[in-house]
Design a binder for this molecule. Structure first.
Ligand code: C2E
Ligand code: CA
Ligand code: CA
Ligand code: CA
Length: 278
């Protein structure tokens, strides 16, 4: 009977524990992950499409849980955004990335590190100043940092958005407009923002080898970029065929599984080293 009671209590305890975890809810779970530093930067190389040389990287967040499982950003960024945790998360990831890449950034002053910032955070008071201080404290040049922002409804106040972009550029930072071509970004708005770079969404890379109208759109974006002295980066390049089609359309840089998926720092660092030696 004692054993039965113990088993019963154990089961009861288990049920209660599971329930309290469930009741804790996803936001509390996020907070615990933030407190434990579980949001880690992964790194995807950005490369010159012709030479294959790595010119920089994009920092992409991953939630590495205690059990070692890796949660992709689409499963936590929207919640972090809606619950107001995205800002803390962004600074945490940026600081880790600056620490990880310190050696690479100092050794190669042309190497650029791109970080994703949601529009609301970009437009929030003190964003540029906090970014400036964080990068300065890490002893990294602003010229090596690219702020990637997706054009969405929040950037509707073009004057405000353009002013923040101009302020960033005054401090030496670069700005990339992310996911161009999907949804919101009209061409005149793209011009008006005053960014350094436009990033062509994977959707166009997926279809460029099969759909002539995609080639037309990409060539239009490249022409627009040239007029406004912007560079063009294509994302999601998986095949040699896509790489060649993009080169033919005038795109200069890209990222994608063709060279590497987003990697944890140790792996990324190995890749950069091996490229440097060869
Ligand atoms: P994004 O900024 O458009 O990032 C590019 C996405 O394409 C990444 O997905 C990357 O892993 C994926 N990708 C790159 N090359 C290939 C390829 O060749 N094939 C395929 N199938 N996929 C490729 P990921 O890492 O899952 O990130 C998804 C989105 O989550 C990002 O889209 C970005 O909007 C957001 N995100 C990621 N990290 C952060 C972050 O630290 N802060 C914020 N605010 N958003 C982030
Ligand atoms: Ca991005
Ligand atoms: Ca993108
Ligand atoms: Ca995208």
């Amino acid at each position: 009977p004692a054993l039965a009671v113990a088993l019963g209590l154990g089961a009861l305890f288990g049920i209660l524990l599971a329930r309290s975890r469930r009741m804790e809810g996803p936001v509390a779970d996020l907070d615990r992950g933030l407190a434990a530093g579980e949001f880690k930067p992964y790194y995807q190389p950005i490369f010159d499409l012709r030479s294959g040389q790595i010119t920089g990287c994009e920092v992409l967040a991953r939630w590495v849980r205690r059990d070692g499982s890796v949660v992709p950003p689409m499963n936590f960024i929207p919640l972090a955004e809606s619950s107001g945790r995205i800002q803390v998360m962004t600074w945490q990831i940026l600081k880790s990335a600056l620490a990880d890449l310190h050696g690479v950034l100092r050794a190669d002053k042309t190497f650029k590190m791109s970080v994703n910032v949601v529009p609301k955070h970009l437009l929030s008071a003190g964003f540029v100043e906090t970014l400036r201080r964080t990068v300065l404290a890490a002893r990294i040049s602003a010229r090596q940092i690219v702020v990637e922002v997706t054009e969405r409804d929040e950037l509707d106040d073009l004057a405000h958005a353009a002013a923040v972009v101009a302020e960033l550029r005054d401090h030496g930072f670069r700005v990339a407009i992310d996911d161009v071509g999907v949804g919101h970004s009209g061409l005149s708005r793209l011009k008006g923002l005053g960014a350094n770079t436009i990033k062509i969404d994977k959707f166009f890379v997926d279809t460029i080898t099969v759909d002539a109208s995609t080639t037309t759109i990409v060539e239009m974006l490249v022409a627009l970029a040239r007029d406004f002295r912007m560079t063009v980066v294509a994302e999601g390049i998986e095949t040699e065929e896509q790489r060649h089609a993009l080169i033919a359309s005038g795109v200069e840089e890209g990222q994608g599984y063709l060279v590497a998926a987003p990697l944890p720092f140790a792996k990324f660092s190995e890749l950069v080293d091996s490229r440097r030696r060869s």
